[in-house]
Design a protein around this ligand. Structure first.
Ligand code: ATP
Ligand code: MG
Length: 367
């Protein structure tokens, strides 16, 4: 998959910009706060219609302006695509593929796959399970439209059930609907567990060898999927998982009413990361954390390639500056074969680069 070019209007600090990219390596250079990450964010936005660092689309619209526009010219599955996103402060976002309005962001799945690695990815290892679920969700949503639909449905049900659990004492009639919510959450939750388990099995295949090589053969990375205890085989079909999830929910009914929270379901899933048998979250050093996070991201990139036959676009934000020369060379040696965007500061020397196209950014403009 290749982003041939991008056009931005009023996106973050870009007034207007129009760039044509190399199908291989693109180096985005500039001083701090000039718009390097914003440009990567715009490319990534086209793959999922969401940003890795903005909670609300409004944050992407230029200060003092009402709407923003992103347009990407892409090559995907041997076809040309034009993807457009129109963001507005006062209305829902509008997405278009080849000029046709999309009903949901899920319809974008598979057109442009991206893997982004940025300094915040340290949280993937360090922080709570929510970061790791976000990583899994972002990858699987791009690969499986059915997963994206199930996730959206599960989140809606979760919010509604949370309101019931919060308000049931004041309004006991709400409890009449609880069984129905449990049933529907177990149905959609079973789909999530099934796809997550399959994705993690593949990640176990691809990420540990990358990590071993990255750490000079010294460290063993191990990944484990932690899901609802009653699920016997998370890779089984959603049909088989469903009654096991329902059992768990029913056994937690009183506890959920007491806690006024949803306690049972895949919204509590985690992906445990271990280095040499020790929890990476608790014991990994700064360098080990960075290496493990990068191994997960590069591992997911391999999954995309093997699943779709095309390399996803790799977006490396501020990554190389944090690595020593050997690790830089390792990363650069691992990214042959697809389109890559790397940001770097003006004075940084990136060694080992080949036919790169360099873009210099200053105050939201190409210079
Ligand atoms: P660094 O090297 O420090 O990572 P960067 O070039 O990646 O810098 P960006 O994160 O792309 O910098 O941000 C560039 C500028 O865009 C920042 O000064 C930021 O305040 C500004 N900015 C962010 N959101 C908006 C917005 N909605 N409207 C206008 N400007 C914005
Ligand atoms: Mg940046």
């Amino acid at each position: 998959m290749i982003v041939k070019g991008i056009e931005l209007d009023f996106f973050r600090n870009y007034l207007h910009m129009d760039a044509k990219f190399s199908p291989e390596l693109n180096v985005i250079c500039g001083e701090n706060a000039q718009g390097k990450t914003n440009l990567l964010e715009a490319v990534a936005y086209l793959s999922t219609a969401s940003s890795h660092r903005a909670r609300y689309d409004k944050e992407l619209i230029q200060f003092g302006v009402d709407s923003a526009f992103i347009k990407g010219e892409l090559l995907s599955r041997d076809r040309d695509f034009t993807l457009e996103a129109r963001l507005s402060r006062n209305a829902r976002k509008q997405l278009f593929s080849n000029g046709v309005r999309l009903k949901t962001a899920g319809e974008l799945a598979g057109v442009l796959n991206t893997v982004l690695f940025c300094p915040e990815d340290l949280y993937l290892i360090r922080e709570g399970a929510v970061e790791r679920r976000r990583f899994l969700d972002s990858c699987i949503c791009q690969l499986r439209p059915r997963y994206a639909a199930a996730l959206a449905e599960y989140r809606k049900l979760y919010d509604q059930k949370t309101r019931i659990l919060r308000d049931w004492e004041e309004k006991p009639s709400l409890l009449e609907t609880l069984d129905d919510f449990n049933l529907r959450m177990a149905q959609t939750g079973a789909v999530l567990i099934h796809y997550r388990a399959h994705f993690i099995r593949k990640l176990r295949e691809y990420a540990p060898p990358i990590h071993r090589e990255f750490s000079g053969g010294r460290e063993i990375l191990a990944l484990r999927y932690e899901t609802v205890k009653t699920v016997v085989d998370p890779e089984a079909s959603p049909k088989e998982i469903f009654p096991q999830l329902l059992d768990h929910q029913e056994s937690h009914r009183q506890a959920e009413l007491d806690a006024r929270q949803c306690l049972s379901g895949p919204h509590k899933d985690d992906l445990t990361v271990e280095l040499d048998g020790m929890s990476a979250k608790q014991f990994a050093s700064q360098g080990q954390t960075r290496t493990a996070a990068l191994s997960l991201k590069l591992g997911s990139r391999e999954i995309f390639f093997h699943d779709t036959g095309e390399w996803p676009v790799l977006l490396l934000d501020d990554v190389l500056s944090e690595l020593d020369a050997r690790r830089q060379a390792f990363v650069l040696g691992h990214i042959n074969g697809g389109q890559v965007f790397i940001t770097c500061c003006e004075d940084e020397k990136l060694e080992g680069l080949g036919r790169e196209k360099v873009f210099r950014i200053h105050a939201g403009r190409l210079v």
